[in-house]
Write a protein that binds this ligand. Structure first.
Ligand code: SF4
Length: 370
């Protein structure tokens, strides 16, 4: 495939720009610095953008209708190199998990979850995570760094290459920022990656096809409602401050009331219901009392609930709720009139399911962009 991670491998030369960090207008600006008129820069940017993001052609030598002189200039200034695939695992249920190696050696995970002929791609936004949610495998890995825009975009491109997903009938229909990391703690790079994903001359993911999942970073939820405007999922996992604080330390900083207020504002701005994620943990948050508290909380803003069966990982310290408890909890919410779905875990056999992603990258820097 044109986006092969092997392209230009071993070429350590320093470039002025990485292509996958550029928004469309930035690409145009760079091209105009190659002595092109504004009109020509615009036309060439459009051609290159379509090659890369519509056709999956990632090697400038294959930009067939561009003048050779321009291709050579582009090749010296703009880096089209890719991250590489370190490992790939396919689950019995069709879920695929890739372990990608970044150019700095860090490892991240990306998961494709099929639903029939199409599916959802779950991308990472950080290496590791600061938030240390007690039930989450990623949370046991110390934060290493925020991903750059290019590292987020390349997860999508490599997954499309792997799935041979460059025809009009897209396999990857939805993108969720639910892999490793808290996307709203990498706000600027996530925001820019979404601008690139949304571009109609390229990958063309509409805002309703992209979901950002947050553990509840209240100020950034409010910023995202104005600046990012995709669907929003909130990892709620408990209906009271007391329980939530035990399993999600972030709740000590941002209490449920403030979180729900920010969700209400987000829903008002974007005219979309908020997805609430709720992983059922035995004897922790799966009681009748919790279901009733949750019903009350859901009455406060437009939302739908996604119940998730807990995926056990080595050393987790939690157990999944019993089948009876899961269906009792589900039925209680459903009978109250709220929208609720029960997500069957996919990719369980390859640790590719929600809250199971973890790599062995070491902490190399405490300084993050945001
Ligand atoms: S659930 Fe999300 S926010 Fe919490 S530790 Fe895991 S990756 Fe981080």
């Amino acid at each position: 495939m044109a986006h092969s991670s092997k392209a230009f491998k071993g070429d350590k030369k320093m470039y002025e720009q990485n292509f996958y960090n550029l928004e469309y207008n930035e690409l145009k600006k760079h091209l105009s610095e190659f002595n092109l008129s504004e009109k020509a820069a615009s036309m060439r940017a459009n051609q290159i953008w379509k090659f890369v993001y519509k056709k999956g052609v990632g090697n400038p030598d294959n930009f067939i209708n561009l003048p050779l002189e321009l291709i050579n200039k582009i090749k010296t200034k703009i880096d089209f190199n890719k991250i590489s695939i370190e490992e790939k695992k396919a689950s019995r249920d069709g879920t695929i998990k890739w372990l990608f190696k970044l150019n700095d050696g860090n490892l991240i995970e990306t998961v494709y979850i099929p639903f029939g002929k199409t599916g959802t791609l779950c991308v990472s936004s950080q290496v590791g995570c600061t938030l240390n949610c007690k039930f989450c495998h990623t949370g046991t890995q110390m934060i290493v760094k925020n991903l750059e825009t290019t590292e987020i975009i390349q997860q999508v491109l490599l997954a499309k290459d792997e799935l041979t997903d460059w025809s009009k009938e897209k396999k990857i229909r939805n993108i969720v920022y639910m892999g490793m990391g808290e996307p709203l703690y990498n706000f600027n790079n996530v925001k820019k990656s979404i601008e690139i994903l949304k571009n109609v001359d390229g990958l063309e993911f509409g805002p309703k096809r992209i979901t950002i999942s947050t553990a509840g970073i209240v100020p950034e939820i409010l910023s995202a409602s104005k600046e990012i405007k995709t669907c929003l999922a909130v990892s709620l996992h408990a209906p009271t401050d007391e329980i939530r604080e035990k399993i999600m330390p972030i709740n000590k900083k941002y209490k449920l009331k403030a979180l729900i207020d920010s969700c209400r504002k987000y829903a008002e701005m974007n005219k979309e219901k908020i997805f609430l994620e709720y992983v059922l943990l035995k004897d922790i948050n799966d009681t009748k009392y919790c279901a009733q508290k949750l019903i009350k909380l859901m009455g406060g803003f437009p939302c739908k609930l996604n119940l998730i069966e807990f995926n056990v990982w080595p050393g987790a310290g939690f157990e999944p709720s019993s089948k009876e408890k899961v269906s009792e909890f589900y039925n209680t919410i459903k009978e109250s009139g709220h929208v609720v779905t029960l997500r069957k875990s996919k990719g369980n056999d390859i640790l590719g399911a929600c809250g199971q992603l973890k790599t062995e990258s070491k902490k190399i820097s405490k300084k993050l962009d945001n």
